[in-house]
Design a protein around this ligand. Structure first.
Ligand code: GDP
Ligand code: IMO
Ligand code: MG
Length: 427
């Protein structure tokens, strides 16, 4: 009954898409359990490059059933255009399953996301503007619209009315925007209903039956541990739980079913949007990481903030997710530095701190304490086994493993499916 969770161990964009795709061939189901089209996962197969936002990366593996779980927020227009884009490229998407309990990102949720950010001014979160936060807020406020609501016009109309009642007051009176018409929203949503119908399913039942029948199920997280609403750098976070527990609630499986939790970990650190980032670089090294690593957002096209590896964060990710393994990505990007700094602890107001401080103000003041590790200059992109790596690259990986608290079971040395060194099998 192998059930694996694969999630981001830092601030997102660690290479989850590539890692999921790599395992996709040996997995029966790949399930997205939270987030929405704020995610941007790039998968490179041969000479083809795919950018996925909402669909689980398993969609590119023919034998695999992709599932959008109840914990995901779904923008129907994005989902439909992603599906047709893949169909045009010859990818079969007919196996997709969509939870009837997943919440819909409505056009007014997108509007609210954008105006809220604008009004926050310099205090803004730097969201992706995709309506993620307001949709989860509606879910928690119990005024959300679910996929199943699209199939009962009367209920749908009542729910949109209830949601817009308050929102239109806020939009017109506070934000000076035009009110949004109930009929227009209902009409747009009903238009999606028939197009989505073939995919809608009781995904909780499907996933649990699959596990009972010894199928392999992979739960693919969006975003990352430090963007988690409970365990991340609040308020500079996303509005869901990318951490391992989110897989249980967001897909409807009990924690006793999960056999392995794999943290995807970049060999350095990046972040998009606002919020603290102790190892962030503002010099040529940061620029070089961005250039060599191609660190530009897949969803919003924003440059990613770049910095050295932070072992304090990796240790924290191991703890809050109960990680059993790491998949270290983008080691190839570090080729060429004579010495590579790694953050082993923080200095906060003159004190050395080994673990992530729980206090936001402390974390904002955290300065990285670096240890210098020797670099390498050899091209590592063709390495197939750990022993193919130069000695200093091996030592870098071993040092990270020791500091991070879980075994590094795979290493990415390039964006392609086969540019991976597998050390321990995940299955
Ligand atoms: P995700 O959001 O976690 O799926 O990550 P993104 O797709 O947003 O960003 C990761 C980027 O790094 C993508 O462009 C991948 O193609 C690329 N990538 C993944 N693994 C590796 C690797 O080991 N080496 C290099 N050079 N690129 C990688
Ligand atoms: P993947 O799955 C990196 C960031 C945004 C912003 C914050 C809140 O590709 O790793 P939101 O729109 O979610 O309310 O924005 O979270 N963010 C991401 N950063 N990778 C992502 O996804 C992200 N999804 C959201 O930049 O700082
Ligand atoms: Mg991404």
């Amino acid at each position: 009954m192998p059930a694996l969770v694969l999630l981001g161990a830092q601030w997102g964009d660690e290479g989850k898409g590539k890692a999921t795709d790599l395992l996709g061939g040996s997995v029966d189901y790949v399930v997205r359990y939270q987030g929405g089209n704020n995610a941007g996962h790039t998968v490179v197969v041969g000479d083809q490059k795919y950018a996925l936002h909402l669909l689980p990366s398993g969609i590119l593996s023919p034998g695999c059933t992709p599932v959008i779980g109840n914990g995901v927020v779904v923008d129907p227009s994005v989902l439909l255009s992603e599906l047709s884009g893949l169909n045009e490229r010859g990818v079969d998407t007919s196996k997709l399953l969509l939870s009837g309990n997943a919440h819909i990102i409505t056009p007014y949720n997108v509007t609210v996301d954008k105006v809220t950010e604008r009004f926050l001014g310099k205090r803004k979160i730097g969201t992706t503007g995709r309506g993620i936060g307001p949709t989860y807020a509606d879910k928690i406020n119990r005024v959300g619209i679910r996929v199943q609501d699209l199939y009962d016009e009367s209920i749908l109309t009542q729910k949109v009315e209830a949601a817009l009642d308050v929102k239109n007051q806020i939009l017109t009176k506070l934000y000076n925007r035009r009110a949004i018409a109930v009929d227009q929203v209902v009409e747009e949503l009903l238009d999606y209903a028939e197009k989505l119908r073939p995919y809608v399913a009781d995904t909780v039942l499907v996933i649990n039956e699959a596990l009972e029948n010894d199928k392999v199920v992979l739960f693919e997280g969006g975003q990352g541990t430090l963007l988690d609403i409970d365990h991340g750098t609040y308020p500079f976070v996303t509005s869901s739980n990318p951490t391992a527990g989110g897989a249980c609630t967001g897909a409807g499986v009990g924690p006793t079913k999960i056999s392995r939790v794999i943290g995807i970990l970049k060999a350095y650190t990046t972040r998009v949007g606002a919020g603290p980032f102790p190892t962030e670089l503002f010099d040529e090294d940061g620029e070089a990481l961005r250039r060599i690593g191609g660190e530009r957002g897949v969803t919003t096209g924003r440059d990613r903030r770049c910095g050295w590896f932070d072992a304090v964060i990796a240790r924290y990710a191991t703890r809050v997710n109960g990680l059993t393994d790491f998949f270290l990505t983008k080691l190839d990007v570090l080729t060429g530095w004579e010495q590579i700094p790694v953050c082993v602890a923080y200095e906060i107001d003159g004190r050395r701190v080994e673990e992530l401080p729980y206090s936001q103000s402390d974390f904002h003041h955290a300065k990285p304490v670096y240890e210098m590790l020797p670099g390498w200059s050899e091209d590592i992109s063709k390495a197939k086994s750990f022993s193919d790596l130069p000695k200093n690259a091996q030592a870098y990986v071993k040092a990270l493993e020791e500091m991070s608290g879980a075994p590094i079971s795979a290493i990415g040395v390039g964006p392609g499916r086969d540019e991976t060194i597998e050390i321990n099998s995940f299955l």
